[in-house]
Design a binder for this molecule. Structure first.
Ligand code: CTP
Length: 439
């Protein structure tokens, strides 16, 4: 079983997993486990061929749902196993993943065959389809398989290329199913900016699900939220700058989650390559001065500010308009302090406004974090340590401790930045617990 400590967050996601008749079908057990550990609900659809390689009982037990194979149910058409189930499932899911996908099933999917629960569901599904081919090298490289994969891609489906390595036939080459953890990562990436099937109002409820369990979370409806994210860049000359390695992921996840909960969200973003989360109003800035201006312009209207940006504390006094030449053996740069955006917000804080800062500390974290709460008049500060593995800049995960101005603190486990964003918003939008954390 691969490492599960850094799994992406697939909470509330609904995955249809199609398993077809390849030797790699045994890996479907690990795949189901990783998907469910990530928080997803999984419904397995198996072909007859797949059940020769792995038992439906195994996958049914791991997914806690009956595995479906046959499109024609045994009972009367009005039963729960009615012949329209493939349509219900296609509406229910966020993603249909076929892993492993044999050459036979790829051919059927390409040409619209629907002779099993899996292929019929694929044909009626509104969610994206992702295939993970697994077969012998020569079958994989065969022009008809490659043509089918090309057609699937051209039709807008997601094709995860087969991996290179030792194959069951004894040959070495491309044809191995990608490893289950790589498939789960890809699932998370493909779903990152997509709305949740569970939040849709259309006919998407399988017979065993109650309508209340798919109610959208609108706990932040009516709130104005301002989030900052990413680095700032302070130019030295037209081609050089002072900056830091922040990617903006943490702040973007906070903005995404607040918007998902119904808040009206403005995201002031330093330079990053991230896509704007759905429903978020984004303002792009470069320098600390620009971020300061963008934030101050909006500060009076907002109920919650989350300053996740890694702001440059100093900027060159005299940036050059033309590229500096390397004339000197030693170069002394004159820097001046940038405005402290959060401190300014703290000074003008209005009643009912919540200010959340981030503190990146390599030494004396808790003491420094608490000092920053006081200096900047914050309600909460989120402490993280960039030298800890799995935390800080450029990672998809984070381990943080939350400190409240009244003394309460809470250490959160290492988890995806999306899960940290959820826990953070849960905490800062609810009354502060009275019991003190042991940390
Ligand atoms: N911050 C800010 N404006 C700045 C510097 C930081 O608003 N000019 C914000 C950050 O976005 C973060 C919080 O203040 O939410 C703490 O940032 P950090 O860099 O940890 O602290 P500094 O105030 O810069 O103090 P020091 O560098 O001395 O640790």
């Amino acid at each position: 079983m691969p490492d599960t400590s850094s799994l992406p967050d697939l909470d509330r996601r609904r995955i249809l997993l199609g398993v077809t008749g390849s030797i790699a079908a045994y890996k479907a057990a690990v795949l189901v486990r990783l998907l469910t550990k990530s928080g997803a609900e999984v419904q397995v659809l198996m072909t007859e061929g797949a059940s020769r390689f792995i038992s439906p009982l195994t996958l049914g037990t791991l997914s806690e749902r009956e595995v479906l194979t046959d499109i024609f149910p045994d009972g009367p058409a009005t039963d729960e196993g009615s012949w329209t189930k493939h349509v219900d499932l296609g509406l229910w899911a966020d993603l249909l993943v076929v892993a492993p996908a044999t050459a036979q099933t790829l051919a059927k999917l390409t040409h619209g065959f629907c002779d099993s629960m899996l292929t019929a569901t694929a044909l009626s599904a509104r969610c994206p389809l992702m295939v993970c081919p697994a077969m012998d090298r020569d079958m994989y490289t065969h022009p008809s398989t490659q043509r089918n994969l090309e057609t699937l891609r051209a039709d807008g489906h997601i094709v995860m290329p087969a991996a290179h390595g030792e194959l069951a036939s004894g040959l070495v080459g491309q044809g191995r199913m990608p490893e289950p953890d790589a498939i789960v990562e890809r699932v998370a990436t493909e779903l990152a900016d997509r709305p949740y099937a569970a939040d849709r109002d259309d006919h998407n409820t399988p017979p065993d699900e109650t309508p209340s369990s798919r109610k959208p979370n609108d706990s932040m409806a009516g709130r104005e939220v301002l989030v900052t994210a990413g680095p700032t860049q302070e130019p030295l000359d037209p081609v050089r700058m002072l900056t830091n390695p922040s990617t903006g992921t943490m702040g973007f996840e906070v903005a995404r989650e607040a918007a998902r909960r119904g808040a009206s969200v403005t995201l002031v973003a330093g330079p990053t390559s991230l896509d704007t989360p759905p429903g978020v109003n984004r303002v792009d800035v470069r320098t600390t001065e620009e971020m300061h201006a963008a934030v101050q312009q909006r500060r009076t209207d907002v109920d919650l500010v989350v300053m996740a940006a890694a702001v440059a504390d100093y900027t060159p006094v005299d940036p050059s308009d033309s590229k500096r030449k390397k004339d000197e053996e030693e170069l002394v740069l004159h820097l001046r302090r940038t405005p402290d955006i959060l401190e300014t917000l703290g000074k003008h804080k209005r009643a009912g406004q919540t200010l959340v800062g981030f503190a990146l500390e390599t030494d004396d974290g808790p003491e420094n974090a608490r000092r920053k709460i006081d200096r900047k008049s914050l309600d909460w500060i989120v402490l993280n340590n960039p030298s800890e593995s799995g935390a800080g800049f450029g990672t998809t995960t984070n381990r943080v401790t939350l400190f409240h101005r009244d003394g309460y603190s809470e250490a959160l486990p290492l988890q995806s930045k999306r899960a940290v964003a959820r826990a953070l918003l849960d905490r800062v939008t609810r009354p502060v617990p009275t019991t003190q954390d042991a940390s």
